[in-house]
Ligand binder design. Sequence first.
Ligand SMILES: [Zn+2]
Length: 155
Amino acid sequence: MRSWNLKSAIVFPHLGLLLNQWCTSSRFGLPKSSCPFCHLRCHDTIDHLVTCTVFTNLFCSITRIHATPDFGNIAFFINLPEALVQDDALVIFVYVYSVYQCFNSCRNGHALSRRLIVHHLKLAALHCPTAGACIRRLMRHPNSFCMLPPSLCNA
Ligand SMILES: [Zn+2]
């Protein structure tokens, strides 16, 4: 895997996703809570959070990408076109970082909004030049990235 000079703060949420380390209710042995994004009962689970359509729709409207995130794709980078896999993986790191930061903000009383996602994208860009470059490319060329199975990318 190519070195991207990604800051650990951008990569950590993805590692936490793989290691089940996000602070969901069930992580602490409590009954599942509602999703803080769509408020669906018993859905504060990692696999739901990273594929929650309410979050995804907001994220996609901000970045103008078309995506229907697939958990396997997000977690394990499967089904990504080989030629695009590195840039797509960068997008996935930025996406998961955004979900994770918004999840924690919502757990602390914020409501999910475009402004909240943009706020975290700006923080990511300020903190990590590689993530910043990825976000700028994403905004300028939204159709060159995908985080969904290739068959859906060209839809
Ligand atoms: Zn949800």
